[in-house]
Design a protein around this ligand. Structure first.
Ligand code: ADE
Length: 226
């Protein structure tokens, strides 16, 4: 998979890709991340990428021309499956969207800033608009990092068996059951006995029941989807 991220603040986005699972996925060659600083595509001498809103109103708007130059340049080199715009008014990200995107080959992610982008960018270049939740960030960069993390860890081979994504919360619209590790007793607080029994079938049944209970209690909306 290849992800091209278009941003005005590449420095805000780099560190998530320099540690842990994302770093390993890049090192193993399972994903390539390329950052494109929108300012490098500015067309006038002032390196301008934003301008005042037509019709008046507070806040600057990201101009279409630098974005067009960047996206069209990328598209001239390879085909992209999706051109994604990170925006609070997009479709809210969930595990199904992450699963779907993890199967794609090439993605472009555009990070919004200021008031956002000229609507014509959205109308003519963007194939998908994604929000990471009902709150406003100062830019799309952190949202893009969240999206990349959730996609990349699902690419086959990125996670080892021990960290398999199949048992994560939200896969199958269920939350994950409680988990424990050594010591079996700490300050008198005990691990559920069944987990120490060695009876795999019983343990599995217990986990399923606990996952169900947790989902009913905490996320009845997920449970209702079943
Ligand atoms: N940009 C600003 N806020 C955002 C959000 N909640 N999701 C995606 N992109 C954003």
């Amino acid at each position: 998979m290849r992800i091209d991220i278009i941003t005005v603040l590449p420095e805000l986005l780099q560190s998530p890709f320099e540690a842990s699972i994302l770093k390993r996925a890049i090192e193993k060659g399972m994903v390539e991340i390329h950052f494109h600083n929108l300012r490098d595509y500015a067309t006038n001498n002032y390196k301008q990428i934003d301008d005042y809103q037509f019709g008046g109103g507070a806040g600057m708007v990201m101009m279409i021309e630098p974005i067009d130059k960047c996206i069209s340049g990328l598209k001239a080199q390879r085909t992209y499956d999706e051109v994604i715009y990170m925006t609070p008014d997009g479709v809210t990200l969930n595990q199904n969207i992450a699963n779907e995107l993890s199967l794609k080959g090439n993605l472009i992610i555009l990070c919004g800033h200021y008031k956002g982008v000229d609507q014509r960018v959205r109308d003519h270049f963007i194939t998908r608009e994604i929000s990471i939740g009902d709150y406003v960030l100062s830019g799309g960069e952190l949202a893009a990092a969240v999206l990349c993390d959730t996609i990349i860890r699902l690419i086959p081979g990125v996670l080892s068996n021990e960290t398999s994504a199949l048992t994560d919360s939200f896969q199958d619209d269920m939350l994950a059951p409680p988990i424990y590790t050594r010591p079996a007793e700490y300050k008198g607080w005990e691990v559920p006995e069944i987990l120490l029994s060695g009876n795999t079938a019983k343990i599995e049944a217990w986990r399923e029941a606990e996952a169900l209970k947790r989902t009913q209690e905490r996320r009845p909306d997920l449970y209702a989807k079943e």
